[in-house]
Design a protein around this ligand. Structure first.
Ligand SMILES: C[S@@+](CC[C@H](N)C(=O)[O-])C[C@H]1O[C@@H](n2cnc3c(N)ncnc32)[C@H](O)[C@@H]1O
Length: 235
């Protein structure tokens, strides 16, 4: 990546500011995004939309930055998308994304404000981002797709994983709401935290299905539900 572009993507430190706050970003927060980075520009635009909790911006940003190190190019499905900022950021940070489809059974109103603000600032990106109100398991996936499931609660993460594996698609998830009684833990809950056992079992499943898997975390000050898995089929 060229030096200039790297600098534009760099995250400035926002010391003494709780990035995990659920407070909605508004024009009162603009001074926290006074820099020249792309995150500053996105932050200012999101402040203008006045609809997104602060943690959602930093969470989506960190997830997308990490996913794009391993999986660039091709269509994106942001499953259980909520506001859909993850899909938007993939389309913005990776210009080789022809389409980002944000899918949720119950799209929140915030997606309209987010769409209005971001597509005014980046109209070309807006043309590549679409929302769909539908259950995630109704989506068609092929081996060019990148399937993303960010805080897709409980078994929704597994539904997304199943869709990706069945198609040989790239898959990334930041799981949450682990249901200890319903989700497979690989028999590991006797030794390790049950939520961790469930995520380890998901990674094993992906490896058995022929994927290379990278495990990572995003900052705990942004969210405690911070285990990120990124999986790409082995050639
Ligand atoms: C915790 S929210 C996550 C939203 C977003 N990804 C984020 O990180 O903020 C889970 C979302 O899953 C959606 N959802 C529930 N069941 C679903 C299904 N079967 N298919 C698609 N989305 C679903 C809910 O409407 C909700 O918006």
């Amino acid at each position: 990546m060229p030096k200039m572009e790297k600098a534009a993507l760099a995250e400035p430190s926002r010391k003494h500011w709780n990035r995990g706050s659920k407070q909605v970003l508004t024009s009162y927060d603009l001074h926290h995004f006074a820099g020249n980075t792309l995150l500053d520009a996105v932050g200012r635009t999101i402040c203008g939309a006045a609809c997104l909790p602060r943690k959602e911006l930093f969470e989506s940003w960190e997830v997308v930055r990490k996913v794009l190190r391993r999986a660039r190019g091709g269509p994106v499905l942001d499953l259980a998308c909520g506001h859909g900022l993850v899909g938007w950021l993939v389309a913005l940070l990776d210009r080789t994304t022809p389409i980002a489809t944000c899918v949720d059974t119950c799209l929140p109103h915030s997606r309209e404000q987010i769409t209005a603000a971001l597509s005014t600032r980046w109209p070309e990106v807006g043309l590549r981002v679409h929302y769909l109100e539908a259950p995630l398991d109704s989506m068609r996936v092929d081996d060019t797709t990148r399937v993303l499931a960010v805080h897709a609660c409980g078994a929704l993460t597994d539904q997304a994983l199943n869709l990706a594996v069945a198609a040989g698609a790239r898959f990334s998830a930041l799981p949450c709401c682990h249901s200890y009684r319903k989700l497979a833990d690989g028999g590991l809950s006797g030794w390790v935290d049950p939520a961790l056992a469930i995520d380890v079992t998901r990674v094993c499943r992906l490896r058995q299905a022929g994927y290379q898997v990278w495990t990572s975390t995003i900052s705990t000050d942004v969210t405690p539900q911070n285990r990120l898995m990124i999986a790409v089929p082995k050639p």
